[in-house]
Ligand binder design. Structure first.
Ligand code: EPU
Length: 421
């Protein structure tokens, strides 16, 4: 088990590159089950969730090679349509194999994911989509068993915008007979990229990037090669690291427009942001951080995956701010840990009320989930003295050796193997 030991207070300076996005790679990989051939996804991050997805895909019979961020997936010999509990319990994104397996093979058996660290995360919308497209769905012994003849196009309206259910619907509809129209679809860049990828395979998806998608099902799809987008949450985390330490850094990032909602809020807090093609400059030198309220929302709103990091920043801002999570109402496990560092935060329903303090002080804190861990690292970077962040295996699910980037920027942060849990 690893922990981070952080000596806080250093300014950051310099330029680092942001990795490819975890959440797009996690849906592009299952999309390769839609065809029978050699697929390639470039700019794939080396993070543990990707390794879990690799294991699941290999279990299904996909042959995989992964080196230098290039992921090769040969989907020509699928030998199983079953996603066992041992993978799904580790990572909810495993449910992405449901749509492609069902639509290509007429059968999929996928373990139910259960709850997650911050509360329930249902998959009812994924199942409703498959039923609308013509599947019979049974729940048996903790598994979803989906069966169908060829799926057929349908009209799907989401009451709640869901990234995962939109992705699964797009994959399933792309081999269905006829046209599917999805309204109130997710507009996240990761979903738009998925649509582009399926189009490269020969499908016809219109409306990408909008909330209405029209998908003309194909009889067969061919293999394809795609370049993944940069990770907007890693970028947001690093930008917040610059803000909290009042520093100036640069990030190499392939589509900066995806970070706009975070840019706006950072600018409101007083940070200067400059974009030069594929370079983002974040200037927070001598910053007196202003309190800025946020409410998380589906893209293009402020991402829930940046909520914890924003609370860390607001902990040392001037004045009182409120942070409301409208996507995951219970996603506040980082708050008691930030309070251990001296933050003044109260959680009321799905909002955190943060009174900025002059200083955070180092302490031992414990990661509880991926983004919570990131917020504790941010707290440690600005806290006086030493902060130890335990259980960073959560962080390793989604950030590729973030300590190396922070160190390259001048932070004093070490990964240490420990028996502490
Ligand atoms: N929802 C339902 N029923 C469903 C599906 C979702 O009620 O069947 C609800 C959820 O409970 C939530 C809302 O709909 O309130 C949106 O959830 P969504 O389906 O969009 O989330 P997801 O697809 O499970 C992805 C990311 C998450 C990110 C959310 C929201 C991946 C692999 N995961 O999850 O990323 O928080 O979208 O943007 O893409 C992370 O990276 O730390 C992470 C948790």
């Amino acid at each position: 088990m690893d922990k981070f030991v952080i000596h806080g207070g250093n300014k950051l300076v310099g330029r680092v590159s942001v990795n490819g996005a975890k959440n797009s790679a996690l849906v592009l990989m299952p999309a390769t089950l839609l065809n029978s051939g050699f697929n390639q996804i470039d700019n794939t991050p080396e993070v543990n969730d990707i390794f879990t997805m690799i294991k699941l895909m290999e279990h299904l019979g996909v042959r995989i090679e992964f080196a230098n961020h290039k992921l090769h997936l040969d989907s020509s010999n699928i030998s199983s349509q079953v996603a066992p509990y041992e993978y799904v319990k580790k990572m909810r994104a495993s449910v992405y194999v449901l749509g492609p397996l069902l639509t290509r093979f007429g059968y999929a058996k996928v373990s139910m994911p259960g709850g997650c660290a911050w509360g329930p995360r249902p998959i009812n919308l994924h199942l409703e989509v498959m039923k609308k497209l013509g599947a019979d769905i049974q729940l048996e012994e903790g598994y979803i068993i989906a069966r169908s003849k060829r799926l057929h196009g349908s009209k799907i309206h989401f009451d709640i915008t869901s990234v995962g259910a939109t992705g699964n619907a797009m994959m399933a509809a792309s081999l269905a007979k006829g046209t599917t129209i999805i309204t109130n679809a997710a507009m996240e860049p990761e979903i738009t990229l998925l649509g582009n990828y399926i189009n490269l395979m020969g499908a016809k998806i219109d409306g990408l990037g909008t909330s209405t998608l029209e998908i003309e099902g194909a009889d067969e799809l061919k293999s394809a090669h795609i370049l993944n987008i940069s990770d907007r949450i890693e970028a947001g985390t690093l930008m917040t690291a610059a803000a909290i330490t009042r520093s100036k850094i640069e990030l190499i990032y392939n589509q900066p427009q995806h970070c706009e909602s975070v840019f706006f809020k950072l600018e409101e807090s007083g940070v200067k942001i400059n974009i030069f093609n594929e370079l983002i400059e974040i200037d927070a030198e001598n910053l007196n951080i202003k309190s800025v309220d946020i409410i998380t929302a589906a893209y293009p709103g402020f991402p829930t995956d940046m909520q914890a990091q924003w609370i860390a920043l607001m902990s040392v801002a001037d004045g009182v701010s409120s942070v409301t999570d409208s996507i995951y109402h219970d996603r506040f496990n980082h708050v008691p840990e930030l309070i251990r560092l001296g933050a003044d935060i109260e959680v009321i329903n799905n909002s955190a009320i943060i009174k900025g303090v002059k200083e955070l002080k180092g302490a031992k804190v414990m990661s509880t989930d991926l983004r919570a861990s990131a917020s504790l690292v941010l707290g440690g970077l600005v806290a006086s003295g030493v902060t130890e962040v335990l259980r960073i295996y959560h962080l390793d699910r989604g950030y590729q050796r973030i300590e190396e980037k922070l160190k390259a920027l001048g932070a004093e942060i070490e990964r240490v193997t420990t028996t502490e849990f």
